[in-house]
Design a protein around this ligand. Structure first.
Ligand code: AR6
Length: 182
């Protein structure tokens, strides 16, 4: 666990739909905000049909956008739905992925949410290489953290131990660069 401008950031192995102690979880959504595979499937299954019903009038969203709903049957008060870029298709992908993290955190901040759990957006069906995506995510959090007053805890929930290690390494690289800045 590390701290960025008073915000703690940790990487754990687990299921994004089983984060009981977090106020909001982020969905790696599709444009229509419907259920799907991976994270979207896990979140919609655990939340129940009320989530899709609440999502319907908010769709479609564009790559980089984030929208907020209730958590329904999830253990979390809110879900923040982000549409990540499809790697090699939605360009520039690093900027669009950064926008997801920035928009999600700014939305959480506006709603006075204290803790947010993220999956590795775009790294499954959307094909974004895990290491590259992790660096974009942590760089964006580092830049956004000084503007956050309500968000105090950020958790990355990774599906496997290898993915967690890739994130830990990316986090160390990003912080290393920051420490060496003049
Ligand atoms: N908890 C945490 N991480 C997970 C879980 C889980 N339950 N399930 C998968 N992952 P993806 P995307 C990891 O495909 O790339 C959907 O079908 C997974 O190993 O969920 O943004 C939507 O409907 C990967 O590292 O999201 C969209 O059409 C990461 O979460 C599309 O896929 C993201 O994988 C979105 O694609």
């Amino acid at each position: 666990m590390v701290t960025m401008a008073g915000v703690t950031v940790e990487c754990v192995k687990g299921d994004i739909a089983a984060q009981r102690d977090m106020t909001a979880v982020v969905n790696a959504a599709n444009a229509q905000l419907r259920t799907g595979g991976g994270v979207a499937g896990a979140i919609h299954r655990a939340a129940g049909p009320g989530l899709e019903a609440e999502c319907r009038p908010l769709a479609p969203i564009k790559p980089g956008e984030a929208v907020l709903t209730g958590g329904h049957d999830l253990p979390n008060r809110h879900v923040i739905h982000c549409l990540g870029p499809v790697y090699g298709v939605d360009r520039p992908e690093a900027e669009l992925l950064a926008r997801c993290y920035r928009n999600a955190l700014e939305l959480a901040e506006r709603h006075r949410i204290d803790s947010v759990a993220f999956p590795a957006i775009s790294t499954g069906a959307f094909g974004y290489p895990m290491g590259e995506a992790a660096e974009v995510a942590f760089q964006t959090i580092l830049e956004t953290a000084p503007r956050l007053n309500h968000v105090r805890r950020i958790r990355f929930v990774l599906h496997g131990e290898r993915d967690r290690e890739v994130h830990e390494k990316a986090l160390a690289r990003i912080l290393g660069q920051d420490y060496h800045r003049p």
